[in-house]
Design a protein around this ligand. Structure first.
Ligand code: HXC
Length: 536
């Protein structure tokens, strides 16, 4: 009778107590108990994760997503592997939590690897769960965010683990340029997982707890006899400064995930949309007299291009990508008059702002990212040229510089160039000149655009005259003055239609805002082709 009552009177069909007790209340309790155990995780493993200075996968999702917005998928999934004692443990989730939630009210799909289960390693079930949320992100046109904390391919599952990684990479590539992909590394990201970090549009790392490498210290020691530390092999400093794998480096997980949220607020959900607009900020009439104070008129005096960017964009706020890698070029996302814009700027504070192999790669990837996601480009030019020398030539500066050229030439988003001071030679062409497709080109009265600077030019074209002169220094000075007057006066390029306007520096923000407003509906169809042959 008690059973029948608990069932709301509907459970008595079996009769005579032949069936085990079965009621909705009991089933719900069992379900709730199992769920609570899954959600809590193993206490000792959770404590160990905390002791490492890391949060659990669920704590991270709570920091990343809007409160109460997470819908989990496949919570009960277990691996089905046999052998090597795998039957002894079939934990729910299989070491990865997958699902969807919102960030500032906008839909995203996520996975968070759980290091407390098999070290977050990726086996067949784990991989299939990730494949499912990647497919849903692509099908719904939503950003995809992966929180990584994993020992890589699950060794016990052999080729099925490798197959699982392949499926992720295949999806990473199919989704590339369609939806934004964000890879957040919050622990080891070893072996196969490293390639997802490289394929993503943005990769975040945290100092002292994140490591990305193809082979761990043990394998390196076995092969080379020397055992590097985790940090030397693939810490945040290595990837943030030297290899360029990490787009952003943070001091702690909370700050890192807060920045992921900020980044998402600047991106469209996919390539069929424009980035989300903010309220207009009256930029079209803004006057910024400080700009002329920041930039010295002397062409070779250094200054911080970040200060210029801060004057031009809304609220002085911008999100810099690869801040410590190839710092001679700055790539940043910001808003101007409420609209998202990608800013590329030479940085005269570092290597005088020259373009070298690393800077070319950094800027090229950024230009392609902006073009893929309908983010207009603002290019702030103050560049003495490409870095000359055997080291750079041997490092492939021609190939890497070509990447930047290719990226700009192909970009169909609105493109505005502002030449602040120097723009010499190939670096002038490559930094979004009119010749490679800038829609609007503006220049300050301090602009100097030429094949090369006056001294170098005079030495080349008047070598014989200078050698024969009684007063070579006097002749050189006179010829340099003539070169400057004829070829490098502020209106030379404007008179020839290669600069649309010579502007007062104080009007830079308003002129850029007007240009971007003018170009907002720009469309450009490319002729059909399978794909170009980018100089990779
Ligand atoms: C199965 C793994 C595992 C893996 C870690 N674990 N990595 N289980 N497969 N790949 C398990 C450990 O056995 C351990 O289980 C638990 O996770 C925690 O690991 P620890 O070693 O105790 O943690 P820690 O000392 O913090 O070291 C973390 C680590 C280390 C640096 C990630 O575990 C490690 O080096 N793992 C192997 C890394 C690796 O070489 N992966 C394969 C890469 S090859 P218990 O039960 O003791 O808690 C690859 C191929 C794809 O990915 C290539 C495609 C291009």
């Amino acid at each position: 009778a008690a059973n029948g009552a608990a069932n709301g009177g509907s459970g008595g069909g079996g009769g005579n107590g032949a069936r085990p007790e079965r009621s909705m209340r009991l089933l719900r309790e069992q379900r709730d108990g199992l769920r609570d155990r899954i959600l809590a995780g193993r206490r000792d493993a959770v404590d160990r994760q905390h002791a490492l200075g890391k949060h659990t996968a669920r704590e991270r999702l709570a920091m990343l997503l809007d409160e109460g917005s997470f819908t989990e998928i496949d919570m009960y999934r277990q691996h089905q592997a046999h052998g090597l004692r795998m039957e002894e443990q079939r934990p729910a989730t299989d070491g990865v939590i997958t699902g969807s939630g919102t960030v500032h009210g906008r839909r995203v799909f996520v996975y968070a690897q759980d290091f407390t289960i098999f070290g977050g390693s990726l086996g067949e079930a784990h991989a299939t769960k990730i494949h499912k949320v990647m497919d849903l992100a692509l099908a719904t046109g939503s950003p995809f965010i992966g929180l990584n904390d994993s020992g890589g391919a699950r060794i016990q599952e052999g080729v099925m683990s490798l197959n699982g990684y392949g499926g992720i990479f295949q999806r990473n590539v199919q989704a590339s340029g369609v939806i934004p992909q964000i890879c957040v590394v919050l622990g080891p990201c070893a072996g196969g997982a490293a390639y997802s970090a490289a394929l993503a549009d943005f990769t975040f790392m945290v100092r002292d707890t994140s490591y990305i490498y193809l082979t761990g210290p043990d394998v390196v020691a076995a092969v080379s006899g020397k055992r590097p530390t985790h940090a030397e092999l693939g810490g945040a400093e290595v990837h943030g400064r030297t290899s360029g794998v990490a787009t952003f480096v943070h001091d702690d997980e909370r700050g890192c995930l807060e920045h992921v949220r900020y980044l998402v607020s600047l991106l469209p959900a996919g390539n069929q949309e424009l980035p989300p607009s903010g309220p207009p900020r009256g930029a079209v009439t803004d006057v910024r007299p400080r700009l002329a104070e920041i930039v010295p008129v002397e062409p070779n005096k250094p200054y911080d291009m970040r200060a210029v960017i801060a004057e031009v964009v809304d609220d002085g706020a911008f999100l810099e990508l690869h801040r410590d890698w190839a710092a001679n070029v700055i790539c940043a996302l910001a808003r101007i008059d409420g609209e998202v814009v990608g800013v590329v700027g030479n940085q005269p504070l570092v290597l005088a702002g020259v373009l070298d192999a690393a800077a070319s790669q950094k800027a090229a990837r950024f230009v392609r990212l902006c073009d893929a996601f309908n983010i207009p480009l603002l290019t702030l030019v103050d560049v003495p040229g490409f870095l000359p020398g055997t080291e750079q030539e041997q490092a492939g500066i021609i190939r890497h510089g070509a990447k930047l050229l290719y990226a700009y030439c192909e970009a169909s988003v609105p493109r505005v160039q502002v030449i602040l001071r120097k723009a010499y030679g190939g670096a002038y062409i490559v930094m979004d000149s009119r010749s490679i497709g800038a829609d609007v080109s503006l220049a300050w009265p301090t602009n100097e655009i030429a094949v090369m600077g006056a001294e170098g030019a005079v030495n080349v074209i008047f070598r014989k005259e200078l050698a024969a002169a009684e007063d070579p220094a006097g002749l050189r000075a006179a010829l340099m003055a003539e070169y400057g007057e004829r070829l490098m006066h502020p209106h030379f390029a404007a008179e020839r239609g290669l600069v649309d306007d010579v502007i007062d520096p104080a009007h830079t923000r308003s002129a850029v805002a007007r240009a971007l407003a003018m170009l907002r509906n720009k469309h450009r169809q490319r002729p059909p082709r399978k794909h170009g042959n980018t100089p990779l």
